[in-house]
Design a protein around this ligand. Structure first.
Ligand SMILES: Cc1ncc(COP(=O)(O)O)c(C=O)c1O
Length: 352
């Protein structure tokens, strides 16, 4: 029998949001709107060239991002989705015996990617109000800590981190520990006083920021995202990156999306408006639903989670259920959200 790495079979598998034929899929935090014509055209213009490898450094895209964010191109490392950029950050920071701290529950890739490199995951439970417990995260730092992940807005709970609490947290963290601020859902973040990752990156050498084209820009299927960090850090990110990981199709689509930010912002605004409408409808129906600053809502449904998940599926709506913790509902286009509200009307609410 083939011998593989010890314990590798114990890694939890990443679970993709379910898709069921004819059901409304609100399980993967995707953008419900189809690609813009200008983005389709950019991708179409590259189709004749995909027998060739892509530009490995994604130079046009990197320069455009640098210009947009007012950082240097050397401070950017692209990846096949921000998941790959996150993988680069973890791989280049932690190894066997090191520790990676993250809030929990949060993005499910955090513990998986940490264990892939042989490091120890240190999940720190969220507070009862679903916010990061920064005091506990700071207290969890040891001499083996190599990376700390902060997720704002947090997936799946939707809470945003404030600039004040991040500032205080960074003051408590040793400056040799890299703090990654994952802003996958930043475009949807309307929280007052929200921390802006780039502002912290500019002022703190040990801060890296993760951005993606999957959510607000609607390119989830093309896989492109990036990390912004000090040049000494990004040089190492590129060393561990997947060679040719970002296709030319993804690169031109991302550039075209940067050209179309105004048009895309209208979609973000519609999603944010729908988020408010659905949240109000849920609360009016008696549900205990926390605020959300992302493109999804979170219901802490506890032991009733499987029952509620099954009831919604029976009514043709697929959400993302997390064990006996809760359900995350992606905010879709209005008609998709109407179907969700109709489906959940058949369920006895979990009250505050
Ligand atoms: C918090 C967070 N970070 C990063 C990602 C990665 O997204 P992608 O790899 O599509 O950029 C996700 C995806 O769901 C996420 O929820």
């Amino acid at each position: 029998m083939v011998v593989q790495r010890d314990g590798i079979e114990k890694l939890p598998a990443y679970i993709q949001g379910k898709a069921i034929p004819n059901a409304v899929k609100l399980s993967s935090n995707e953008n419900p709107y189809p690609p813009l014509d200008s983005v389709r055209e950019a991708v179409a213009s590259e189709l004749a060239g995909f027998h060739l490898y892509p530009d490995m450094g994604a130079s046009t895209l990197v320069h455009r991002i640098a210009e947009r964010l007012q950082v240097r191109p050397e401070e950017i490392s692209v990846g096949a989705g921000s998941t790959e950029a996150l993988m680069q950050l973890i791989q280049s920071s932690a190894g066997e015996g090191d520790e990676v701290i993250f809030p929990w529950r949060s993005f499910e890739a955090y513990p998986i990617l940490t264990q892939v490199v042989g490091a120890a995951p240190v999940p720190v439970p969220l507070q009862a109000d679903e916010r990061h417990d920064f005091a506990a995260m700071a207290a969890a730092v040891t001499e083996r800590t190599r990376l700390i992940l902060v997720c704002s807005p947090n997936n799946p709970t939707g809470m945003s981190v404030t600039a004040a609490e991040l500032e205080e947290f960074l003051a408590a963290v040793p400056s040799h520990v890299l703090v990654v601020f994952d802003e996958a859902y930043a475009h949807f973040n309307t929280a007052p006083g929200a921390a802006d990752g780039l502002d912290f990156f500019r002022r703190h050498e040990n801060v890296a920021v993760l951005h993606t084209f999957s959510k607000a820009y609607g390119l989830a299927g093309l896989r492109v995202g990036y990390a912004v960090a000090r040049e000494a850090v990004t040089a190492n990110l590129r060393r561990v990156s997947l060679p040719f990981g970002v296709t030319n199709l993804a690169q031109v689509a991302a550039v075209a999306s940067l050209d179309a930010e105004d048009e895309l912002q209208k979609r973000v605004d519609m999603i944010v408006a729908e988020r408010g409408r659905v949240l109000t409808a849920l609360r009016d129906a008696g549900w205990h639903a926390s605020d959300s600053f992302a493109n999804f809502l979170w219901l802490r449904t506890g032991e009733r989670t499987p029952e509620i998940d099954a009831a919604l599926q029976k009514h043709g709506v697929v959400v993302r259920a997390f064990g006996a913790e809760g359900v995350r509902i992606t905010v879709g286009a209005p008609e998709m959200n109407d179907r969700f509200l109709a489906a959940i009307a058949a369920v006895d609410p979990v009250r505050p």
